[in-house]
Design a protein around this ligand. Structure first.
Ligand code: HEC
Ligand code: HEC
Ligand code: HEC
Ligand code: HEC
Ligand code: HEC
Length: 249
């Protein structure tokens, strides 16, 4: 009789011994992996919205400027979301029967704002400011991914601390000037990139990377040198950019 049970109990005993030793490691690894998985950071997962608003339709196919809807993005810390009136400037006249637009019509009639679900949110204890990044010529897509291709908006990057620091520790890898238009300010360059793309103008490999939301900074010595010159020009205090107090105060 004992022989019948022996292999099984043996196996169980060994399994629980191995399990006992490995469990903390496995658990630790699982937590680390989980905290980086799309389920937690929601990177590249389209978020359900009360209305299936498409950036691809509006920003790319119709060519509406980001600032038409995100009116404060270059002037303030916040980009802002458009009020119903902005949508109705067109949709009181076009596609007036679309059932998908019913919530907009209702919102307009009742004066109740549409409750968009926020895709990007940093915790309360983190300070972020759009205008300063835009004025340095950093494109929306570097942070938000390929917005002009999105049907339903998703998060392009994790916005974890390490991600922010990757640029704050070496901003010369990211700053660039459109060489075909050296006269353009950083601020205008951000929005010009979408127009150049739209007009079929020739784009540099880097500009194409930015549009695709795949800008990882450059390792090219010459380009980093140009990045450093821009940091000088803008008077960026690079040594202090990774100080805790920049983002936590
Ligand atoms: C400048 C004009 C304009 C503005 C502003 C505008 N839209 Fe549109 N929208 C259009 C046009 C044109 C279409 C049709 C696009 C197509 O299918 O080619 C459309 C299509 C849509 C559709 C798809 C309708 C369907 O039945 O397929 C939705 C949903 C929509 N818009 C939502 C919005 C929301 C929400 C806003 C405000 C945040 C907005 N739009 C602002 C012009 C506009
Ligand atoms: C016609 C209006 C309109 C235009 C033009 C537009 N957006 Fe939006 N945008 C919206 C609306 C409405 C939302 C909220 C719904 C959603 O997340 O899709 C939004 C959401 C976003 C978000 C996510 C915000 C969050 O919840 O965290 C980003 C990022 C964004 N837009 C970037 C851009 C960029 C970049 C451009 C220009 C290339 C642009 N938008 C052009 C209307 C617009
Ligand atoms: C350096 C990175 C970075 C750049 C560049 C950037 N954003 Fe953002 N964006 C963020 C972060 C981080 C948040 C979340 C902010 C928060 O939680 O307060 C955000 C939030 C948003 C939101 C949600 C509403 C709000 O105001 O918080 C919109 C809309 C948006 N961005 C649009 C844009 C547009 C349009 C551009 C380009 C003109 C742009 N962003 C450029 C990092 C960036
Ligand atoms: C692609 C590069 C890049 C990324 C990514 C980036 N930043 Fe920055 N950030 C900069 C640069 C460059 C400056 C300095 C601008 C200056 O001083 O002229 C800056 C400045 C700031 C400032 C100072 C604003 C002020 O008012 O002085 C804050 C706060 C900040 N960033 C927060 C963040 C946070 C939070 C994230 C991540 C969610 C982030 N940044 C991601 C490049 C970046
Ligand atoms: C460029 C901006 C930036 C700088 C500089 C920065 N942080 Fe953060 N920090 C963030 C962001 C963004 C988060 C939120 C991360 C998230 O939501 O996962 C964060 C989160 C944290 C957290 C919460 C735990 C965590 O990792 O999410 C702590 C603690 C923290 N930071 C401490 C520091 C300290 C200490 C320094 C200086 C050595 C520092 N931070 C510098 C942007 C920054």
């Amino acid at each position: 009789m004992p022989q019948i049970f022996k292999p099984a109990t043996n196996y169980l005993a060994r399994a629980s011994l191995i399990g006992g030793l490995l469990a903390p490691l496995v658990l630790g690894y699982a937590i680390a992996a989980l905290s980086r998985s799309p389920a937690n950071t929601k990177v590249q997962v389209p978020l359900n919205q009360p209305i299936p608003f498409s950036h691809q339709h509006h920003a790319w196919e119709l060519g509406i400027d980001c600032r038409y809807c995100h009116t404060t993005v270059e002037k303030s810390p916040y980009a802002g979301l458009p009020p119903t009136e902005t949508c109705m400037s067109c949709h009181s006249q076009i596609w007036t029967n679309s059932p998908l637009l019913e919530p907009i019509r209702q919102s307009y009639e009742t004066g109740t704002p549409i409750k968009w679900n926020l895709v990007n949110k940093t915790p309360e204890f983190v300070y972020f400011n759009h205008s300063i990044h835009i004025s340095r010529g950093i494109n929306c897509n570097t942070c938000h991914g390929p917005v002009q291709n999105m049907h339903i908006t998703f998060k392009g990057n994790s916005f974890q601390m390490a991600w922010c620091l990757q640029c704050h520790r070496a901003p010369e890898r990211y700053l660039y000037q459109d060489e075909a238009h050296p006269e353009v300010t950083g601020r205008s360059q951000v929005f010009n990139l979408y127009w150049k793309y739209q007009a079929g103008e020739e784009l540099s490999p880097r500009e194409r990377q930015i549009l695709e939301g795949e800008d990882q900074g450059t390792d090219n010595a010459e380009m980093k040198e140009k990045g450093r010159a821009l940091l000088d020009k803008y008077g960026v205090k690079v040594q202090q950019l990774a100080d805790c107090a920049v983002c936590h105060h």
